[in-house]
Design a protein around this ligand. Structure first.
Ligand SMILES: *Cc1c(COP(=O)(O)O)cnc(C)c1O
Length: 387
């Protein structure tokens, strides 16, 4: 018998309460029952994102919201500044190039955050820059960028700020309005802890001005079409949405507010801290060396010499039922990533660490069995985790 645990930074574990909603008989998407839920969900998402901007739900994975941001905001040939600290930063670059934008790349070593001052310098140097793109939590490395500082800078320029907050929002603070974030992207399978397949996106007044002039071809991900449908009474979507996912998300957001934003953030902070301290006890090194730059959604750990990283994640998944993530892009094989995002409690963390220990032992890594579990327990205890 083997139980399965998902400890990746998306998809994440889903509560039984949300799964039950997801499994209910399908409603028709133009029925009053669904319209009510959809209207509720939109309001909850605004609260979740801390914004009064328009918020749309798109039936797509998170990347669909990123694509909507790129294709709706700019004109072919526009210059955009992409601050990249990892694989998802690279995705913004590729996407922008695909749609005919001129990309100015602001690249950082993977494992380091963006220095907001560099964005200011780049905007000063080139007043033609129409948009700045950045990740909130860069999931491929586990770095958390200082989006508040970037928002303070970009608001004084004509450029719009596009934030991929897909793995960050709901796990750590992100204030869309207070921080002047023009377009923010999220996904259902991250902190919200619903099934994958719905993305959401907020749009500021400054962004709408550009959207009205944008000329990049798009059809399915048209925000003007989304707005036209959303403005109907009751609100609609232009195309058939992922009905069950929306119903599930609606429940998952209730659970977020029931637990309370601050408590959710604290749970993520302590889980991340427990994983990091525990792994250090095992003699493992963190990819993100500066604890100040570490996010709370995922921890990236360097694969030590003499350990086969691919085999490690495979053993954990196949033999022990614990799915963690490997490295992405140029970090493939060099790191493994333990997700502690969304519906993750202390015993999920302890289970994952325990499986990690078994898999490391099997490859001859030297440590005292149970040492990481003990360390995690200490962290939970010291942080009054269950209060
Ligand atoms: C998960 C994620 C995405 C989007 O991935 P999808 O597979 O399209 O949902 C984008 N950016 C970040 C930072 C992510 O964590």
């Amino acid at each position: 018998m083997r139980k399965n645990y998902v400890m990746t930074p998306g998809p994440v574990p889903i509560s039984n309460e949300v799964l039950i909603e997801h499994g209910k008989p399908l409603m028709h998407h133009r029925s009053p029952e669904f319209s009510k839920i959809f209207a509720e969900l939109t309001e909850k998402l605004k609260k979740f994102m801390q914004t009064e901007n328009d918020v749309f739900v798109l039936t797509a994975s998170g990347t669909g919201a990123m694509e909507a941001a790129v294709t709706n905001t700019f004109c072919t040939g526009d210059k955009v500044l992409v601050a990249s600290v990892g694989n998802f930063g690279e995705r913004f670059k590729k996407m922008s190039k695909t749609f005919g934008l001129e990309v100015i790349a602001l690249d950082y070593e993977w494992g380091k955050p963006v220095n907001p001052e560099d964005i200011k310098k780049a905007l000063d140097q080139d007043p033609d820059i129409k948009g700045v793109m950045i990740q909130h939590s860069e999931t491929s490395t586990g770095v958390l960028n200082d989006i508040e500082a970037v928002g303070k800078i970009v608001k004084d320029y004509p450029a719009v700020l596009i934030v991929d907050a897909i793995s960050g929002i709901g796990a750590s603070e992100l204030k869309v309005d207070e921080w002047n974030l023009d377009i923010v992207c999220g996904g259902s399978q991250k902190a919200i802890s619903a099934p994958s397949g719905a993305a959401f996106i907020s749009v500021s007044a400054k962004a709408w001005q550009m959207i009205e002039k944008s000329d990049i071809p798009r059809f399915y991900f048209c925000l003007l079409a989304a707005k036209k449908s959303a403005d109907k009474n009751p609100p609609q979507t232009p195309w058939t949405p992922g009905i069950s996912i929306i119903v599930a998300m609606n429940k998952a957001l209730d659970m977020f507010f029931e637990e309370g934003r601050e408590k959710v953030y604290e749970r993520h902070r302590v889980n991340a801290l427990a994983v990091q301290s525990a792994c250090e006890k095992l003699g493992l090194e963190m990819l993100v060396t500066d604890p100040e730059s570490r996010g709370v959604s995922v921890t990236s750990i360097k694969v030590p010499e003499n350990i086969d990283g691919k085999l490690l994640t495979k053993t954990m998944r196949v033999k022990y039922g614990v799915t963690i993530a490997g490295g992405q892009g140029k970090l493939t094989g060099l790191i493994f990533r333990i997700g502690h995002l969304g519906y993750v409690g202390i015993f999920d963390v302890i289970t994952a660490l325990s499986a990690l220990e078994f898999a490391l032992k099997e490859q001859g890594w030297k440590f005292e069995l149970g040492i990481s579990v003990t360390e995690a327990q200490k962290v939970f205890f010291e942080n009054n985790y269950m209060e």
